[in-house]
Design a protein. Structure first.
Lengths: 98, 371
């Protein structure tokens, strides 16, 4: 079970309270987690990454286990603590603007 | 008794203001979609309970919301806006080619007769249509694909398609306006377009017959006289009597002819409203006095409307989509400011009162007159 924490605006948009818990088939990577998230909550398509090429939106960042994964290859395996559910995968809106 | 519903889009959410026909006691609901920019909220003329909202954020992109109960509850619909075919390029601020990139929906224009059909004007300038209540969007590529497209340039707010007018008297006729490309007309339901900017004069465009390049801020039309169009240009208030084929200036005695919104009285096609703004570098009213100007002669002769509006120390702006009229017997006029006030007049502008004073900056105001 993968735990995903979304920024408040996206929780509101997708009508999610608290963390999201996802079952991810196959290797647990940033891409497979986001694929599973968007499959469960289609309204999130396009809000985290580009619909067409899958690139992370410029003002969205990804973290896990105190590490910034935003620039890591999307098909790299996520840390084991994320795959076991011990630690959440964090999707964060960049702190900018008002 | 008739009632009025005012749909307000702001920098931080949408609000719905409702009143009976007296328009002196208002209920306020919202913020809907708090924290998101709501560029526009507009209801279907064919089904007043159906309301569309453009919700966007620099962080998370574009969402389209739809209500089927007059704005009480909402659900997201489709938000995929993909340009038809190769994106191509327009000109960037420095004159270099720049690829078309979707940024947001500025304006939603529901069909006059079909509650499932709605048009969207977007940045970078393009026109989209949904025929299934906003679930799926297809570009009408004839506009962006016009031969002048590669020469269009953005205005200061981006290269936005901000105005869509549907002419119910002429099947297939519609108008759009783009900053800073100009006004366009289609006579075949948006398949093909031609620029309608002859007569516009803009500093920085030496060619008086330039087809495009003008920073048109807003167009307005009275449905009973659809060949007459009014325009608030960057500078100049303009009028066309031939559906945009030619324009002449009607700024007349305005204290400044810079501004953003323009609208027409619901029952008097010659009664027009503008909100003069000091200049393109001073986006606030002249002398700190918030004045709506009304012409009852179709332009040129303007009178200031001040009763109930702040006449000192007022430095707000009124944006292009932030003025609307109702269609009650005594026409109501409404506008919102960047200071978060929404003012209403139940007597065609003679007197004004704030409906709300402290909203986030107002981006758009639309009005529904309900039976």
């Amino acid at each position: 079970m993968i735990r995903v924490v979304l920024p408040a605006h996206l929780r509101t948009l997708a009508r999610i309270a608290g963390e999201v818990k996802l079952d991810v088939a196959g290797p647990v990577t940033q891409r497979s987690v986001l694929d599973a998230l968007e499959a469960s909550y289609p309204v999130l398509r396009g809000t985290i990454r580009d619909r067409d090429d899958g690139r992370r939106r410029a003002m969205v960042r990804f973290f896990a286990c105190q590490e910034d994964l935003s620039h890591e290859p999307p098909d790299d395996p996520l840390p084991e603590a994320v795959t076991t559910g011990a630690e959440p995968y964090l999707i964060v809106g960049a702190m900018a603007g008002g | 008794m008739s009632s009025v519903r005012v749909l307000v889009g702001t920098r931080k959410g949408a609000f719905v203001l409702t009143s009976d026909g007296k328009r002196d006691d208002w209920a306020v609901s919202g913020p809907h979609f708090p924290g998101w920019e709501i560029y526009h909220v507009k209801a279907s003329p064919a089904d007043p309970d159906r309301v569309f909202a453009s919700q966007s954020s620099g962080w998370f992109g574009q969402v389209i919301q739809r209500s089927d109960d007059g704005g009480r509850t909402w659900a997201p619909v489709g938000s995929e806006f993909s340009y038809d075919g190769p994106a191509g390029t327009h000109q960037w601020y420095d004159g270099t080619p720049h690829p078309w990139e979707f940024a947001r929906v500025w304006h939603l224009e529901p069909s006059l007769g079909d509650p499932d059909t709605v048009y969207a004007g977007v940045e970078d300038a393009g026109l989209f249509r949904s025929a299934d209540g906003g679930q799926h969007w297809q570009e009408l590529p004839g506009l962006r694909g016009h031969q002048t497209g590669p020469s269009w340039q953005p205005g200061a707010g981006g290269m936005c398609l901000h105005t869509i007018i549907l002419d119910g008297s002429a099947p297939g006729r519609m108008f759009t306006a783009i900053s800073a490309a100009g006004a366009f007309r289609s006579d075949d339901a948006g398949e093909t377009w031609r620029p309608v900017n002859q007569g516009l004069k803009s500093e920085g465009i030496p060619d008086p017959k330039a087809e495009v390049g003008h920073c048109v801020h807003r167009l307005a039309m009275h449905p009973a006289r659809p060949d007459v169009l009014y325009m608030q240009k960057h500078w100049d208030v303009m009028r066309s009597d031939d559906a945009g084929d030619s324009w002449h200036e009607v700024s007349g005695n305005l204290p400044t002819d810079f501004g953003f919104p323009i609208d027409v009285h619901a029952h008097e096609p010659d009664t027009v409203y503008v909100v003069p703004i000091t200049s393109d570098s001073h986006h606030f009213p002249p002398e700190g006095k918030l004045r709506v100007y009304r012409s009852r002669t179709g332009g040129d002769d303007w009178e200031p409307l001040t009763r109930g509006l702040p006449q000192q120390h007022c430095y707000v702006n009124v944006l292009r989509d932030a003025m609307a009229v109702d269609s009650l017997d005594s026409c109501g006029v409404y506008f919102g400011t960047t200071g978060g006030q929404v003012y209403g007049s139940a007597d065609a502008g003679d007197t004004w009162a704030p409906i709300v004073r402290d909203l986030p900056a107002v981006l758009s105001v639309e009005v529904q007159t309900l039976p």
